[in-house]
Design a protein around this ligand. Structure first.
Ligand SMILES: Cc1cc2nc3c(=O)[nH]c(=O)nc-3n(C[C@H](O)[C@H](O)[C@H](O)COP(=O)(O)OP(=O)(O)OC[C@H]3O[C@@H](n4cnc5c(N)ncnc54)[C@H](O)[C@@H]3O)c2cc1C
Length: 491
């Protein structure tokens, strides 16, 4: 097993390690998996060098924004998978589910008093950076945060990229060095660590381990938690399900990806985004398996950093197109979150976009809807309503329709700032993959981020790229889609 590359490790504080502690604590917050995980691998490195056991804490708060049964169930499915994996590898795993706001306060500090060092996940978005900062300041031992987000380490790009093209060029020049530094497939395999002789019983007593009942799929015990209960569970989560979906994508859908990915009725995309978002599957694993399927080797990489979407990897058309979404587009958003604290704010839009939207702010809108009308799919447009209903019912919208969905919110809101608020609210409340750097890439793209001015200049949109339901219906088949997601008739 190679060492975790230094560029992926950040000291979250400057405290010392406690060599007399009972264990190495891995506080798993984002990369919620046992495979292809640099944070877990770093924990193993510490455990081996200090000859200490590992304790993995995977906690689930109840007061994060938009917490609901939908996201909890998905995360709990992952915790059930992790429990069985860690148990079978004789690693102490501590699943904690916070029953009510603030009930988990103090857990980490108490646990840290018995630990040698804490390793946690480095994620540049949502509440995670603030939470890590605050814990790091309050523990008395060294805490490291480790970046297992993507193929390019966050710290490897020391500037902000404003277009996919410039970022892709940067990747073409700089990514090859990092492709040889993959995380261990299974960092706990064949390692010999001492057992945890002194489990932190007093901590377990104050913050009890999650019950098997709550981890088991289908359990009703979510109703007791202080989370939103209107947004219901949909798909099964967890690393095991994520891996199954990846395998079926590689077997049945990858070859159709380039030609069919923009066709909502074709099911040609991977549908992996929720699993990637919740850390149940790693981009490294996906990359590794795609390249295995393609029989790829390093010498196929083009030596020319052209920034072109196609041809750089030296694999088939579909795999190239897929990697461009998975790596270029996905990691572009991570780069934004890393470099700008206001990644989710209107002010972070490019100047030309702010200017053109300001110029057209007072334009007459043919329709204006409230957030409730949007939320309930009550616009005049059946295709838009179908997309929103799919989001509410299934926690997802196909990418092509997701673009249309956002463009129409811009068109039918009182002004672009309110449109931004509505998009963030609906996307993050219902989408399984929401609350992610990609969420802000997609939503702010609607308003001009990563895009260029388009002609002709139109009312409301100005120079922002325009999309219409009519054109969408001409380009892709949506008849069955509209039927499938028609509003339910009230008897
Ligand atoms: C308004 C709007 C909101 C969006 N909100 C989110 C969100 O909350 N979370 C989210 O993950 N994606 C979001 N996207 C991007 C995109 O819609 C989804 O990533 C994609 O539909 C996920 O489906 P998939 O896993 O089948 O993707 P695939 O086509 O199979 O792609 C593989 C992976 O690449 C990444 N990816 C694909 N398309 C994009 C893209 N356009 N931008 C960045 N990364 C991409 C995702 O991680 C995805 O899982 C949004 C797009 C728009 C226009």
């Amino acid at each position: 097993m190679n060492d975790v590359p230094e560029v992926r490790i950040t000291k979250a504080n400057h405290r010392d390690i406690n060599p007399n502690g009972d264990f190495i604590l891995y506080w798993m917050t984002v990369f919620r998996r046992s495979h292809w995980n640099f944070s877990l691998q770093r924990t193993v490195e510490w455990a081996q060098s200090l000859k200490k056991p590992i304790l993995v804490l995977e906690a689930l708060n109840c007061d994060y924004p938009w917490a609901s049964e939908r996201f909890h169930r998905f995360l709990l499915d992952g915790m059930a998978d992790n429990l069985s994996y860690f148990q079978s590898h004789r690693i102490s795993y501590y699943p904690y589910v916070e029953p009510a706001k603030d009930a988990g306060k103090g857990l980490l500090i108490s646990l840290s008093e018995k630990a040698c060092v804490i390793v946690t996940d480095d994620f540049p978005c949502f509440f995670i950076p603030q939470m890590v900062k605050s814990v790091a300041a309050n523990v008395s031992i060294l805490m490291e945060s480790v970046d297992s987000n993507g193929m390019l380490p966050l710290k490897a790009a020391d500037r902000l990229f404003l277009t996919a093209y410039s970022f892709r060029r940067f990747l073409h020049k700089n990514l090859p060095d990092h492709l040889t530094q993959m995380p261990a497939r299974e960092p706990l395999k064949e390692i010999n660590l001492p057992p945890l002789k002194h489990p932190p019983e007093s901590v377990f007593k104050s913050w009890p381990l999650a019950s098997h009942n709550i981890l088991a799929t289908g359990s009703r015990s979510l109703s007791d938690l202080k989370i939103g209960h209107d947004v219901k569970p949909v798909t099964k989560g967890g690393p095991l399900t994520g891996r199954k979906i990846l395998n079926s994508f590689l077997k049945d859908r990858l070859t159709r990806y380039a030609q069919r990915r923009n066709m909502p009725e074709e099911n040609a995309t991977s549908t992996l985004s929720p699993y990637i978002h919740f850390g149940h599957i790693s981009v490294h694993e996906i990359f590794h398996k795609v390249m295995n399927t393609e029989g790829w080797f390093f010498d196929r990489l083009s030596e020319r950093a052209t920034g072109s979407k196609r041809g750089w990897w030296g694999v088939g058309e579909s795999a190239e197109a897929f990697l461009d979404q998975l790596i270029t587009w996905r990691e572009l958003g991570f780069n934004m979150c890393r470099h700008r604290d206001d990644y989710d704010k209107y002010e972070s839009l490019p100047e030309w976009a702010v200017e053109t939207l300001r110029f057209h702010e007072m334009d007459k809108r043919d329709y204006i809807y409230t957030v409730e009308q949007f939320e309930n799919g009550l616009t005049h447009d059946p295709l838009w309503n179908a997309a929103q209903i799919q989001l509410v019912r299934e926690g997802t919208i196909h990418n092509y329709l997701r673009m249309l969905w956002g463009k129409k919110i811009l068109e039918w809101s009182p002004n672009p700032r309110i449109a931004l608020e509505i998009m963030i609210e609906l996307n993050n409340k219902y989408a399984l993959d929401g609350r992610d750097p990609n969420s802000y890439t997609g939503i702010l793209w609607i308003l001009g981020r990563y895009d260029r001015p388009w002609a002709p200049e139109r009312p409301v949109f100005g120079k922002i790229r325009y999309m219409s339901s009519k054109n969408t219906a001409r380009k892709v088949r949506v008849v069955d889609y509209i039927k499938k997601y028609a509003p339910k008739k009230i008897a």
